[in-house]
Design a binder for this molecule. Sequence first.
Ligand code: PLP
Length: 475
Amino acid sequence: MATFKEQEFRGLVPLKDHDPELFDLIEQEKSRQWRSLELIASENFTSRAVIECLGSALTNKYAEGLPHARYYGGNEVVDQIEELCQKRALQAYGLDPEKWGVNVQPYSGSPANFAVYTGLLKPHDRIMGLDLPSGGHLTHGFYTYSKKENTRKAVSATSVYFESLPYRVHPETGYIDYDQLERDASLFKPAMIVAGFSAYPRDLDYERFRQICDANGALLMMDMAHISGLIAAGELKSPFDLCDVVTTTTHKSLRGPRAGMIFFRKDERGFEGKINQAVFPALQGGPHEHQIAGVATQLKEVLTPEFKVYAQQVKKNAQALANKLTSLGYSMASGGTENHLVLWDLKPQGLTGSKFEKICDAACITLNKNCVPGDRSAVTPGGVRIGAPALTTRKMVEADFEQIAMFLDECAKIALKLQEKSGPKLKDFVALLDGNEEVAALKKKVNDFATSFPMPGFDPKEMKYQDPSGPPSSA
Ligand code: PLP
């Protein structure tokens, strides 16, 4: 056995030689992203510049603390990176640094939200967020009922450590039921109301949220994760005039790396210290400076006129999709969209969201099953959520989204035929997908269509698997 000194230095070996198995899996995933239609509303394709930051030497550095107040040495460069990120984040939302501050260290959206609750609330304080089946996020306080234990079951840590009461969308209109929220808030007296959503196709009424908060002494937090790119571009209303604190992820419509940010008002309430303390040392350790650099460079892009045009196109594409599906006789929750996503109610067709998700997957169309207004159970959602940000990044426009609507229509028609044979069980339905000729023909059309558009982040000509139909089955 060679001594440590005699052993080969392997720190510069490329991944493909160091770990061919993992390299191959990454190449398979690149192929999947390139030849599929990515319609998950929370996803996007980040740029090569961002990916370079993520794969940079910054991943080596510990930087606990804040710029110029760190617990480790060697942070003179990292301090500048984090300050650049903070500066661009405030600029992206037109915020005065005297009035607003930002913490760019949260590892992702969920930790960002929990840091706000940790910093600004006491354990067991009351919060109200949009219910998960109404389009809210888990971290807004989701709980359910356990039949087995015949009791309330806290699903999110938010509902473990705080008392949460949800508000909902109206089952018929699909719009947030602000009147009910107002009535419930006047009884529940929450310490905080959380605005924001993961699956809601409309803009928010911040004035109404503010009035309800003021009438009950509650703080107003906006989680703008899904729409932060559209807000930065001025394509949706800004929450900053009326909210006390605003959180976001950076990898959805903002199109950066996976990370989170918290914006807080700087005033006599001392949110700055409370939130910074909650992020570190209360919840996190060393910030991921490679992510922070990725966010910083993405924010540079967000500040350009091109990004505004991108955000406008995202909205136009979502509308084109909703309009085309509606003209084909399908039902969109709330009657359409004014943001980046569409909620398609499949109940009138007699299909479940789960079956539709599966058939789309088999045809290389990636979307997710989702509750739609009026659904009783989150276990069998009645529809799907479809988002435009990722494919708009691949330069698709309205006509392309109309073509996508036609592909989805084909999926629905094949699904109905298969369901006649399979009966209601998902397992039996899925068993019919493999080897089905109509699904295979649709997949080929989807692959050819998808691969005709540019791919951000990496060059398809340098991929291991360049066949539009995907890697060989032995891969
Ligand atoms: N907030 C909202 C509104 C979201 O939709 C999501 C994720 O989908 C999150 C927070 C959580 O973000 P992450 O998955 O980065 O923790």
